[in-house]
Design a binder for this molecule. Sequence first.
Ligand code: ADP
Ligand code: MG
Length: 379
Amino acid sequence: MYKRVMPGAMLGVLGGGQLGRMFVKAAQEMGYRVTVLDSSPDSPAGRVADDFIAANYSDHSALKKIGEHCAAVTTEFENIPADVLEKLSNHCQVSPGAKSVQIAQNRISEKEFLATNGFPVVPYRIIQQAEDFQAPDIHEYLPGILKVSQFGYDGKGQKRIHNEAELKPAFEGLNHSVCVLEKMLSLALEVSVVVARSADGEIKTFPVAENQHVHGILDISIVPARISSALADQAQKTACQVAEKLNYCGVLCVEFFVLSDGELLINEIAPRPHNSGHYSIDACITSQFEQQVRTLCGLPLGETKQLTTAVMVNLLGDLWHHNEPDWTYVLQCPMTKLHLYGKTEARPSRKMGHFTVMNDSLDTALQQAISIKNKLNGN
Ligand code: ADP
Ligand code: MG
């Protein structure tokens, strides 16, 4: 039986990145205290937490400590070994469950789960060794993208393949890790749906986000997505079905590809709040992080209605060059919210923060977002 955990209790989060930080803040707003476990003594989430444990996920005594210290524990990091969540669940309530996280953290098990349950996925082939490239039908997946099956994120662990000759060097470049070779599709659009499901099966989706990526990293999310209401319904229903098939408890994001004929394919799923759902902090009645708190604590879900259209722009480390960017451009727009994650080192491609522009007109929000982005980039 999933217990209801009320404000005042100590919650735990595995992982100290920005997603953990935004979880901590949402939980604290509601009167919870939060303990963060992360290997780095100075993490974005650790810095704002009530309590902090500096340890690796493989440190059994640290896991026992957070499990005994907290009424319920969640994760912000999808690569948590499943047995860690399993062990923790002997001490306290844990969501999402080990099984769901295990499926989502490996591209092969993720695609097999989706395909077996009748969800449309991108055509792919499993590559375990270089000989697998000899398959007679390999050309059907070219041009394609070779993706490591585990630990890839923000376009890392991927190589774009234009022809057969590039396959072997790319596989070597990925250290012969087990991969999937996906056919490169011509995408009309990318969209995502964040869905929250509670242990007793209550389910709510957020509005569909339209996502633009640059070099495989999310750049802008436009919400609601500029798609037909029929397609938006289909994406939201599919996200609910995925959560139900996983018997999921927590917040889950389903990333979709939209093809030019309107076909909707699932790209991947993330067993946690998602970058494309950050707009919900400022633009929805309930944010994806509050929803994570609610699912973790066995509370009823919050209303996900969007109060105003919104455009979220990611701020990557490249913007820093040598100095802190001039935030005046963001701060002088009264309908824009700046979020910085408190990371001390700004490396290229590293997610340092985001801003969200809100407006009753989506076109105006988008124009303002692009204008701020250009100014920050010195254009
Ligand atoms: P990550 O885990 O790094 O987010 P994704 O598989 O989502 O990896 O890939 C990142 C981005 O690369 C996608 O959002 C999309 O823009 C592009 N991409 C990935 N796979 C394909 C594909 N098969 N066809 C076309 N574009 C793709
Ligand atoms: Mg992705």
